[in-house]
Design a protein. Sequence first.
Length: 216
Amino acid sequence: MPTYIVLLGPPGVGKGTQAKILAETASLPHISSGDLFRENIKNETELGKLAQSYMNKGELVPDDVTIGMIRARLSQPDCVNGALLDGFPRTSVQADALEKLLAEFGGSVNHVPYITAAEPVLVERLGGRWTCRANGHVFHEKHNPPKQAGACDLDGSELYQRDDDKSETVHRRIQVYFGQTAPLIEYYRQRGLLTEINGAQAIEKVTADLLAVIKK
Ligand code: AP5
Ligand code: MG
C-alpha cells in the first residue's frame, strides 16, 4: 500500500524545510504545489501565467487548476509508493478530491502532521527567507543561513527572495490560510489522522517530532 503524508500548516511554519528532510528519510517524493506553480512560472507556461496572477496577491489558485496539476504529478511513476504533500490540499474541495484520487491509486492519506507557530514567528521567518532558484531549497538569514551569502549550500544556485514574501502579501496569505485552509484541521482530526507538531522549535527538533509521527 502506498503511503501518503499531508503536511498541514500556515505559510512560513517550515513545511518546505521539513519536507525536504523527511522526503529523503522516508524515501517518498516531495510534492509542493507552490513549487510546481513556481516551476510553471519559470517555464512561462499558461498554467504559470494563471497561477502567478493569484500568487502575487496572496490568493489561492482555483481548485480545478490545482487539483488537475496534483493529479498529473501523483500519476508519475516515482509516486508508486506514495508521496509527501506540502501545501496541498488547502481547501475542503481539494481535500475531498485528494481522497477520491488516492482511492483510485489504492491508497488514502495516512498521516497529517499539523505544524503550528504563532503569527509573529511566521512573519519573521518569511521576511528573512531566501530560496534557491534551482531546487527550492530554503534558508533563513538568521535561523538557517547559507554558508556563503547568496548561494545555495546544496546545489550552488542563486538564492532569491520570493515575490509573495513582501509584508503586505504575507499578511494576506496568513488571512487566506485562516479562512480557507484552517478548516482542514478539523477535517483531518475527525478522521483520526491529525497530529499537532510545535513548529516554533529548532528545525532539528521539529524534524524529530515529525519522524516520530510518520514512523507510527
Ligand atoms: P506555498 O509555496 O505553498 O507557500 P506557503 O504555504 O505560503 O508556505 P511557504 O512556502 O511560504 O512556507 P513553508 O511552510 O514551506 O516554510 P519554509 O520551510 O519555507 O504557496 C505559495 C502560493 O501558491 C500560495 O499563496 C497560493 O497562491 C499558491 N498555492 C500553493 N498551493 C496551493 C493550493 N493547494 N491551492 C491553491 N493555491 C495554492 O520556512 C520559512 C522560513 O523559515 C525559511 O526561511 C526557513 O529557513 C525558516 N524556518 C523553517 N523552519 C524553521 C525553524 N524551525 N526555526 C527557524 N526558522 C525556520
Ligand atoms: Mg513552502
